[in-house]
Write a protein that binds this ligand. Structure first.
Ligand code: XMP
Length: 186
Protein backbone atom coordinates (compact mmCIF):
# COMPACT_ATOMS: atom_id res chain seq x y z
CA UNK A 1 0.00 0.00 0.00
CA UNK A 2 1.27 3.51 -0.70
CA UNK A 3 3.26 4.92 2.23
CA UNK A 4 3.67 1.52 3.96
CA UNK A 5 7.42 1.44 3.47
CA UNK A 6 7.87 4.81 5.16
CA UNK A 7 7.22 3.51 8.64
CA UNK A 8 7.75 -0.21 8.11
CA UNK A 9 10.23 -0.44 10.99
CA UNK A 10 9.63 2.53 13.27
CA UNK A 11 12.14 3.06 16.07
CA UNK A 12 10.55 1.65 19.24
CA UNK A 13 9.56 3.98 22.05
CA UNK A 14 12.47 4.56 24.43
CA UNK A 15 15.18 4.46 21.77
CA UNK A 16 17.15 7.69 21.46
CA UNK A 17 19.51 7.18 18.54
CA UNK A 18 21.08 4.41 16.51
CA UNK A 19 24.82 4.09 17.11
CA UNK A 20 25.59 1.22 14.74
CA UNK A 21 23.23 -0.06 12.08
CA UNK A 22 22.98 -3.61 10.72
CA UNK A 23 25.35 -3.04 7.79
CA UNK A 24 28.01 -1.43 9.98
CA UNK A 25 27.82 -4.27 12.52
CA UNK A 26 28.02 -6.89 9.79
CA UNK A 27 31.05 -5.27 8.17
CA UNK A 28 32.87 -4.92 11.48
CA UNK A 29 32.23 -8.56 12.40
CA UNK A 30 33.78 -9.60 9.07
CA UNK A 31 36.91 -7.63 9.98
CA UNK A 32 36.98 -9.14 13.48
CA UNK A 33 36.71 -12.64 12.00
CA UNK A 34 39.70 -11.95 9.76
CA UNK A 35 41.75 -10.71 12.71
CA UNK A 36 40.78 -13.72 14.82
CA UNK A 37 41.73 -16.09 12.05
CA UNK A 38 45.12 -14.40 11.70
CA UNK A 39 45.96 -14.37 15.41
CA UNK A 40 44.25 -17.45 16.77
CA UNK A 41 45.12 -19.77 13.88
CA UNK A 42 42.70 -21.84 11.95
CA UNK A 43 43.06 -25.23 13.62
CA UNK A 44 39.79 -24.84 15.45
CA UNK A 45 38.53 -22.73 18.30
CA UNK A 46 36.12 -23.11 21.19
CA UNK A 47 33.92 -20.05 21.32
CA UNK A 48 32.50 -19.34 24.76
CA UNK A 49 29.47 -17.15 24.35
CA UNK A 50 28.45 -15.13 27.40
CA UNK A 51 24.68 -15.24 27.52
CA UNK A 52 22.42 -13.59 26.90
CA UNK A 53 23.86 -10.35 25.59
CA UNK A 54 26.47 -11.91 23.27
CA UNK A 55 24.06 -14.38 21.68
CA UNK A 56 23.59 -12.61 18.34
CA UNK A 57 27.19 -11.43 18.15
CA UNK A 58 28.62 -14.91 18.81
CA UNK A 59 26.26 -16.49 16.27
CA UNK A 60 27.18 -13.99 13.56
CA UNK A 61 30.89 -14.12 14.35
CA UNK A 62 31.01 -17.93 14.38
CA UNK A 63 29.42 -18.05 10.94
CA UNK A 64 32.06 -15.71 9.55
CA UNK A 65 35.03 -17.76 10.77
CA UNK A 66 36.36 -19.88 7.98
CA UNK A 67 37.54 -22.80 10.13
CA UNK A 68 35.89 -25.31 12.51
CA UNK A 69 34.52 -23.94 15.78
CA UNK A 70 32.88 -25.45 18.82
CA UNK A 71 30.43 -23.27 20.73
CA UNK A 72 29.67 -23.39 24.44
CA UNK A 73 27.74 -20.90 26.56
CA UNK A 74 27.97 -19.40 30.03
CA UNK A 75 25.45 -17.26 31.79
CA UNK A 76 26.37 -14.41 34.11
CA UNK A 77 24.19 -12.59 36.60
CA UNK A 78 22.55 -9.80 34.57
CA UNK A 79 21.92 -6.10 35.08
CA UNK A 80 18.20 -6.87 35.37
CA UNK A 81 16.42 -3.54 35.53
CA UNK A 82 19.51 -1.74 36.74
CA UNK A 83 21.96 0.32 34.76
CA UNK A 84 24.98 -0.46 36.90
CA UNK A 85 27.43 -3.31 36.75
CA UNK A 86 28.14 -5.83 39.50
CA UNK A 87 31.62 -6.15 40.95
CA UNK A 88 31.46 -9.88 41.66
CA UNK A 89 29.74 -11.55 38.72
CA UNK A 90 28.42 -15.06 39.26
CA UNK A 91 28.59 -17.75 36.58
CA UNK A 92 25.52 -19.87 36.56
CA UNK A 93 26.65 -23.22 35.20
CA UNK A 94 29.81 -25.09 34.20
CA UNK A 95 30.71 -25.48 30.54
CA UNK A 96 29.20 -28.44 28.74
CA UNK A 97 32.53 -29.67 27.35
CA UNK A 98 36.07 -29.64 28.73
CA UNK A 99 38.35 -26.90 27.35
CA UNK A 100 41.55 -28.55 28.59
CA UNK A 101 44.24 -28.22 25.90
CA UNK A 102 41.95 -26.31 23.53
CA UNK A 103 42.24 -22.76 22.15
CA UNK A 104 39.41 -20.67 23.58
CA UNK A 105 37.81 -17.41 22.48
CA UNK A 106 35.54 -15.66 24.99
CA UNK A 107 32.84 -13.73 23.16
CA UNK A 108 31.04 -11.10 25.23
CA UNK A 109 28.78 -8.18 24.42
CA UNK A 110 30.36 -5.32 26.39
CA UNK A 111 33.57 -4.71 28.27
CA UNK A 112 32.46 -2.15 30.82
CA UNK A 113 33.98 -2.05 34.33
CA UNK A 114 35.95 -5.18 33.43
CA UNK A 115 34.80 -7.30 36.38
CA UNK A 116 33.02 -9.85 34.21
CA UNK A 117 35.83 -10.48 31.74
CA UNK A 118 38.43 -10.54 34.47
CA UNK A 119 36.50 -13.10 36.55
CA UNK A 120 35.78 -15.16 33.48
CA UNK A 121 39.43 -15.23 32.38
CA UNK A 122 40.63 -16.42 35.80
CA UNK A 123 37.91 -19.03 35.97
CA UNK A 124 38.64 -20.41 32.50
CA UNK A 125 42.43 -20.30 32.96
CA UNK A 126 42.02 -22.79 35.81
CA UNK A 127 40.53 -25.21 33.30
CA UNK A 128 43.85 -25.30 31.37
CA UNK A 129 42.93 -24.35 27.81
CA UNK A 130 45.90 -24.14 25.39
CA UNK A 131 45.19 -20.41 24.91
CA UNK A 132 42.54 -17.83 25.79
CA UNK A 133 41.63 -14.78 23.75
CA UNK A 134 38.72 -12.42 24.30
CA UNK A 135 36.49 -10.65 21.83
CA UNK A 136 33.90 -8.04 22.80
CA UNK A 137 31.46 -6.28 20.54
CA UNK A 138 31.63 -3.03 22.50
CA UNK A 139 34.20 -1.46 24.78
CA UNK A 140 33.44 1.36 27.24
CA UNK A 141 36.98 2.25 28.43
CA UNK A 142 35.78 5.27 30.43
CA UNK A 143 34.03 2.97 32.89
CA UNK A 144 36.89 0.57 33.55
CA UNK A 145 37.56 -0.41 37.20
CA UNK A 146 39.75 -3.44 36.51
CA UNK A 147 42.95 -3.26 34.46
CA UNK A 148 41.93 -5.43 31.52
CA UNK A 149 41.60 -5.08 27.75
CA UNK A 150 40.01 -7.41 25.22
CA UNK A 151 42.11 -8.90 22.40
CA UNK A 152 39.46 -8.00 19.83
CA UNK A 153 37.03 -5.08 20.07
CA UNK A 154 34.18 -4.34 17.68
CA UNK A 155 33.50 -0.72 18.58
CA UNK A 156 34.72 1.61 21.32
CA UNK A 157 31.88 3.71 22.74
CA UNK A 158 31.48 6.45 25.35
CA UNK A 159 29.79 5.91 28.69
CA UNK A 160 26.16 5.45 27.64
CA UNK A 161 23.76 2.60 28.26
CA UNK A 162 23.10 0.83 24.97
CA UNK A 163 20.58 -1.75 23.80
CA UNK A 164 19.84 -3.87 20.75
CA UNK A 165 21.60 -6.67 18.88
CA UNK A 166 21.40 -8.89 21.97
CA UNK A 167 21.64 -6.14 24.59
CA UNK A 168 18.60 -5.43 26.69
CA UNK A 169 17.12 -3.15 29.26
CA UNK A 170 14.79 -5.22 31.47
CA UNK A 171 14.61 -7.82 28.64
CA UNK A 172 13.44 -5.21 26.14
CA UNK A 173 15.12 -4.26 22.85
CA UNK A 174 17.27 -7.42 22.53
CA UNK A 175 15.98 -8.38 19.11
CA UNK A 176 16.65 -5.01 17.47
CA UNK A 177 19.07 -5.52 14.56
CA UNK A 178 21.03 -2.37 15.48
CA UNK A 179 22.75 -0.95 18.59
CA UNK A 180 21.14 2.17 20.04
CA UNK A 181 21.18 4.47 23.03
CA UNK A 182 18.20 4.79 25.36
CA UNK A 183 16.08 7.91 25.64
CA UNK A 184 16.90 8.15 29.37
CA UNK A 185 17.66 5.88 32.32
CA UNK A 186 14.24 4.21 32.53
P1 XMP B 1 31.43 -5.37 33.37
O1 XMP B 1 31.11 -4.08 34.09
O2 XMP B 1 31.59 -6.52 34.30
O3 XMP B 1 30.07 -5.58 32.60
O4 XMP B 1 32.55 -5.20 32.38
C1 XMP B 1 29.94 -6.34 31.52
C2 XMP B 1 28.50 -6.69 31.37
O5 XMP B 1 27.63 -5.62 31.77
C3 XMP B 1 26.53 -5.51 30.90
N1 XMP B 1 26.49 -4.14 30.36
C4 XMP B 1 25.51 -3.65 29.60
N2 XMP B 1 24.37 -4.22 29.16
N3 XMP B 1 23.83 -2.23 28.01
C5 XMP B 1 23.53 -3.50 28.35
O6 XMP B 1 22.50 -4.01 27.91
C6 XMP B 1 24.95 -1.58 28.43
O7 XMP B 1 25.18 -0.42 28.08
C7 XMP B 1 25.83 -2.34 29.28
N4 XMP B 1 27.02 -2.05 29.85
C8 XMP B 1 27.39 -3.19 30.50
C9 XMP B 1 26.77 -6.50 29.80
O8 XMP B 1 25.98 -7.64 30.00
C10 XMP B 1 28.21 -6.87 29.90
O9 XMP B 1 28.48 -8.20 29.51
Amino acid sequence: MPGDSLDANPTPEGIKSILFDETTIDQRIKELAEGIEERCGSDGLTIICVLTGALMFAADLARKLDFPVEIDCLRIGSYGNRLNSVSKPKFSAPLKNSIRGKPVLIVDDILDTGHTLSALMSDLEKQNPSSIHSCVLLDKPDRRQVDIEADFVGFTIPDAFVVGYGLDFAEKFRALPYIATLESAQ
